[in-house]
Design a protein around this ligand. Structure first.
Ligand code: UD1
Length: 359
């Protein structure tokens, strides 16, 4: 049996690292890895292979940046060639990026079954590129692995019931596995944060950073935090966000913030573990904050992880400076941390068992 896995963007490297760890330990099938190359900067790509001990991919498509159509079509072409050469039993894709959809389309057209890990997430606004990628990938997948019951219910409401499994979150698996390597004192030293109270902020969604108004509002809100709350704000800057700040001349809004380069997994988790709370538009970090026992303000109109906002642990916030400061004030009110929302840390094993049984 042979499975081809496709990755290309940061969160996918992290998920694949966990799956490939279990695959290498248990040898359920021959595993072939394609990296689309959608993320290519060292800090956005190589660092994850090194620190998470991932084997180098057999194929690198070198897709790079571009419009959605450019990325998606380049991934389709590269994945099609690879699938024709490798003749696998299935293609495994993760999440909601252009890489995910490009790979799933190429496989479906060749009648290669698609396995979608992190299926069933739905979130507004529908026009977000990731939402198109999620809905279409789920529609053409034959095995759909969901992190939560809510995700499986979303699929059911669209008539997708066959091949749906709730397995928990593979990002929780890797969080537990890698936790001993989170060296918070070292990272605090590195960023001169010892003895400071601080917030980690991340920002990269098109919805926020491609709109000059939204980006200015969020940066203005973040910039007011040090004076208002006496907390530093550490912002590891995604290349897309850096480019937009430049394009929109928003550099002055950044003076009050501690801007750092994009971080590797271990560094970001270590920093998260020591933070007061998190401000983010990342789907992954809002869950990782919860795993680390920290709350998050999610600067988006909606979230795929409603389990965390329904109970008040995480708070949704519009891209609006005064709303952001209001949400920061709410973080001071204690909230009971819900338990076991995303599985038991064995999602990878469950996925592998199921795939073995099906193919
Ligand atoms: C992509 C995903 C998003 C995911 C995120 C994780 C899509 C539609 N979006 O968003 O769902 O949450 O990855 O980080 O697939 N760039 C670099 N170096 C890199 C990568 C990107 O400079 O290594 C810059 C380029 O200017 C590029 C821009 O960032 O045009 C955006 O990159 P892209 O891969 O299109 O989307 P992300 O915003 O990273």
């Amino acid at each position: 049996m042979k499975i081809v896995s496709l990755v290309g963007a940061r969160p996918q490297f992290i998920k694949e690292a966990m799956l490939s760890l279990v695959v290498r330990a248990t040898h359920p099938w021959r595993h072939v890895l394609i990296n689309s190359g959608q993320h290519y900067d060292r800090a956005m790509s190589d660092v994850f292979f090194h620190e998470l001990g991932m084997p180098q991919p057999q194929y690198n498509l070198g897709v790079g940046s571009g419009t959605h159509a450019e990325i998606t079509s380049a991934v389709m072409l590269g994945v099609e060639n690879t699938l024709l050469a490798e003749k696998p039993d299935a293609l495994l894709v993760y999440g909601d990026t252009d890489t995910t959809l490009g790979g799933a389309l190429a496989a479906a057209k060749l009648n290669v079954p698609v396995i979608h890990v992190e299926a069933g997430i739905r979130m507004l606004p529908r026009e977000m590129p990731e939402e198109t990628n999620r809905v279409l990938t789920d529609r053409i997948s034959s095995q759909l692995f969901c992190c939560s019951r809510l995700a499986a219910e979303n699929l059911k409401s669209e008539g997708i019931v066959s091949g749906v499994h709730v397995c928990g979150d593979i990002m929780y698996d890797i969080f537990i596995r890698m936790r001993p390597g989170f060296n918070t004192p070292e990272v605090l030293r590195q960023f001169s944060l010892e003895g400071s109270s601080y917030i980690v902020a991340t920002l990269h969604r098109n919805y926020n950073v491609d709109s000059p108004r939204n980006l200015r509002e969020i940066l203005t809100g973040l910039a007011a935090i040090p004076a208002r709350l006496g907390k530093r704000v550490i912002l590891p800057l995604h290349p897309r966000t850096a480019k937009m700040i430049d394009d929109y001349n928003l550099a002055t809004e950044m003076r009050e913030l501690d801007i750092v380069s994009p971080l590797g997994y271990l560094e970001l988790m270590a920093l998260t573990a020591g933070a007061d709370f998190i401000i983010t538009d990342s789907g992954g970090l809002q869950k990782e904050a919860y795993y680390a026992g920290k709350r998050a303000i999610v600067v988006m109109p909606d979230t795929g992880w409603r389990e965390l906002t329904d109970c008040g642990w995480n708070i949704l916030c519009d891209p609006d400076a005064s709303q952001l400061l209001g949400a920061c004030a709410l973080m001071a009110i204690p909230c009971l941390r819900p338990e076991n929302l995303y599985g038991d840390g064995h999602a990878a094993e469950k996925i592998i068992e199921r795939v073995k049984a099906v193919f």
